[in-house]
Design a protein around this ligand. Sequence first.
Ligand code: THU
Length: 133
Amino acid sequence: MTAAIDWEALRAAATAAMQKAYAPYSAFPVGAAALVDDGRIVSGCNIENASYGVTLCAECSLVSDLFMSGGGKLVAFTCVDGHGNTLMPCGRCRQLLFEHSSSGMLLQTVSGIKTIDEVLPDAFGPRTLEEYR
Ligand code: THU
């Protein structure tokens, strides 16, 4: 599956999403895109708010797109800033992505391709809760 990932297509989708960002307060537009396990590409942009803390990160909007377009698990992910450079998902967004990750999900990072487990080690997630049921 790794070899089949079209990172260029994902970057193009993330860049197109970034261009739709609503970021009047930070002037820091972000776009994110991911490959889903059925071959779809989902994407999202950051959507800020006058009440700053209410801002939705691009990954938030991507997860909405994932569900609104049929669900599934994320296989590969990339995120870009306003210059089209790779951006790391913030901590909260790593958690968001982890919830919907396929096993071994890959992320394009500022230090190369990494797995979701590398960017969020020893994560708290759905399986943790299962252990307490
Ligand atoms: N931002 C994202 O959209 N995703 C991240 O993972 C990092 C931060 C946005 C939130 C805010 O609109 C802007 O970047 C500056 O923090």
